[in-house]
Write a protein that binds this ligand. Structure first.
Ligand SMILES: [Zn+2]
Length: 216
């Protein structure tokens, strides 16, 4: 066959047919993509590596000490539950600031639910071990969970709030109470920064591994 000879007619005819079929497939998938996804079953929503709150409670066992003496908290704990060690052992100035903010937020219908506050060193160690297993390396785990000797939770200087309205409310108004988000990757984690009342909150670290306090 000469190179100039036209391709066989069958081949020419088949190309539009292939394109038409391809167009039909694409159209079908476009329709599928535009449809609202079905509501997933609850079991499929919870990922093995929960992207939420790795710094704290996350997928950690809710409580190994039912009395909360290790700092674990039951659902529905608020910043006013100061009979619980997780709240009672917070720095009193931090707790006062949280309660002041929570009273004002309550006027807006917002509740400050605590997912983690003070933690025992044992509890923090457990969270770290779990994070290393979950993230596969100590370096990656360090982006989310501090050691017992560096965690501001163990010293009572940090609180994690449920990511309902509270974190949204605080992100706009927290500085007025000296309450600041510290890590960009942890919008639930707040600490006291008294100077923020006048100066606003300082810039955030991308994650705890950038925090000089974690380098000890
Ligand atoms: Zn935290």
């Amino acid at each position: 066959m000469s190179p100039r000879e036209p391709a066989p007619a069958t081949a020419r005819r088949s190309r539009p047919a292939v394109l038409a079929a391809l167009a039909a497939v694409l159209a079908a998938s476009a329709v599928a993509a535009c449809q609202a996804p079905p509501t997933p079953a609850p079991t499929s929503v919870a990922p093995a590596a929960a992207p939420g709150r790795p710094d704290g409670r996350g997928d950690a066992p809710r409580s190994e000490r039912p009395d909360g003496s290790d700092g674990t908290v039951p659902d529905g704990t608020t910043v006013f539950d100061d009979a619980l060690p997780a709240v009672a052992n917070l720095d009193p100035v931090l707790r006062d600031a949280l309660q002041d903010a929570a009273r004002d937020a309550d006027d807006d219908g917002v509740t400050f639910d605590v997912t983690s506050g003070w933690r025992s060193a044992d509890y923090q160690d457990r969270l770290l071990r779990e994070a290393v297993a979950q993230y596969g390396s100590a370096a990656e785990a360090a982006r989310w969970v501090a050691t017992a000797s560096t965690s501001p939770h163990v010293s009572g200087d940090a609180v994690d709030l449920a990511q309902t309205g509270a974190t949204e409310w605080l992100s706009g108004r927290g500085a007025a109470y000296g309450l600041c988000q510290v890590y960009r990757n942890e919008p639930w984690h707040y600490e006291l920064r008294p100077a923020a009342v006048d100066d606003g909150c300082p810039g955030m670290y991308a994650d705890p591994s950038e925090d000089p306090r974690m380098q000890q």
